[in-house]
Design a binder for this molecule. Structure first.
Ligand SMILES: N[C@@H](CCC(=O)N[C@@H](CS)C(=O)NCC(=O)O)C(=O)O
Length: 218
C-alpha cells in the first residue's frame, strides 16, 4: 500500500490543517505531509488533485480520498479503533462527537475575529462581544469535560479527537491573550505542550510570514 498523504496548508495559520494532522498523528498513521498554498489561485489545479473540495486537509489512504476533518477523524477511528480517537464508552463517545461537531460547524465569530497565528502574540487584545460568547461556550465545554472525565485532556488521560478539534483554539487563546480561569488555562497549557503540538509549533515558527491581513478563516 502506498504511504498515506495528508494535504495541509500553512502550519502557522492553518487551523483545519492542524486538526487533520493531529488526528493522523494521534491515530499512529504513517503519512507524508503535502503542503499547498490553499489561498493561492495558481495552486487550485494542484489542490484539486489532492482534494475534491479544494480545501485542506485531505487524507489520501489506501486509494481513498477523505476530506473534511470530521470525516478524517471518523475514518481514522474506523481503521484503527484501538487508538481511541473516540472513546470506547458509548455515552462518552456521543459527548465527544457532539463537541467535535460543535467546533466543526460553529464558533464563526471566534474563528473570524481570532484567526490562528501561532507565531504572533497580541498582549491585551480586546475580543468583541460576539467572540466573547464563543469563548464562554468553549470554556463551558472544557469545564464539563475536565470535570466529568478528570483531565488533563478533554476525555481523560489520553488526547483524542476532541482535543485535536480544540487544539487550534488553545493556540488562539494564547495568541490573543484571552483571560481564562485555571481549569481552562491549564487545559491550554497541557495541549500546547503536547509533543505533537510542540512538533507542529516548531515547524510553524520556521515558516516565513506571508499574510499581512488575517481576516480570513483558516
Ligand atoms: N470543513 C473543512 C474546512 C477546511 C478549510 O476551510 N480549509 C481551509 C484552510 S485550513 C482551506 O482549505 N481554505 C482554502 C479555500 O477556502 O479555498 C474541514 O473540516 O476540513
Amino acid at each position: 500500500m502506498a504511504k498515506a498523504i495528508l494535504s495541509i496548508a500553512s502550519k502557522n495559520y492553518g487551523s483545519w490543517s492542524l486538526r487533520g494532522w493531529l488526528l493522523c498523528k494521534m491515530a499512529g498513521l504513517d503519512f507524508e505531509e503535502q503542503q499547498v498554498s490553499a489561498d493561492d489561485p495558481s495552486t487550485r489545479a494542484e489542490l484539486l488533485l489532492l482534494s475534491p473540495s479544494f480545501l485542506v486537509p485531505c487524507l489520501i489512504h489506501d486509494g481513498l480520498k477523505i476530506w473534511d476533518t470530521l470525516a478524517i477523524a471518523e475514518y481514522l477511528h474506523e481503521i484503527n479503533p484501538g487508538v481511541r480517537l473516540f472513546t470506547s464508552d458509548r455515552a462518552q463517545r456521543a459527548h465527544c462527537r457532539s463537541i467535535c461537531g460543535e467546533m466543526h460547524s460553529g464558533f464563526s465569530n471566534l474563528r473570524s475575529a481570532l484567526p490562528m497565528n501561532i507565531k504572533a502574540h497580541f498582549a491585551g487584545f480586546k475580543s468583541w462581544a460576539g467572540a466573547r460568547a464563543d469563548i464562554d461556550r468553549i470554556v463551558t465545554i472544557w469545564h464539563e469535560c475536565l470535570g466529568a472525565y478528570g483531565g488533563p485532556y478533554l476525555f481523560g488521560k489520553k488526547a483524542c479527537a476532541a482535543d485535536a478539534m480544540y487544539a487550534p483554539v488553545c493556540s488562539r487563546f494564547m495568541t490573543y491573550d484571552v483571560s481564562l480561569d485555571e481549569p481552562a488555562s491549564g487545559y491550554c497549557r497541557t495541549m500546547m505542550s503536547h509533543p505533537y503540538m510542540n512538533e507542529w509549533i516548531a515547524a510553524a515558527k520556521l515558516e516565513p510570514d506571508e499574510l499581512e491581513e488575517l481576516d480570513v478563516e483558516f
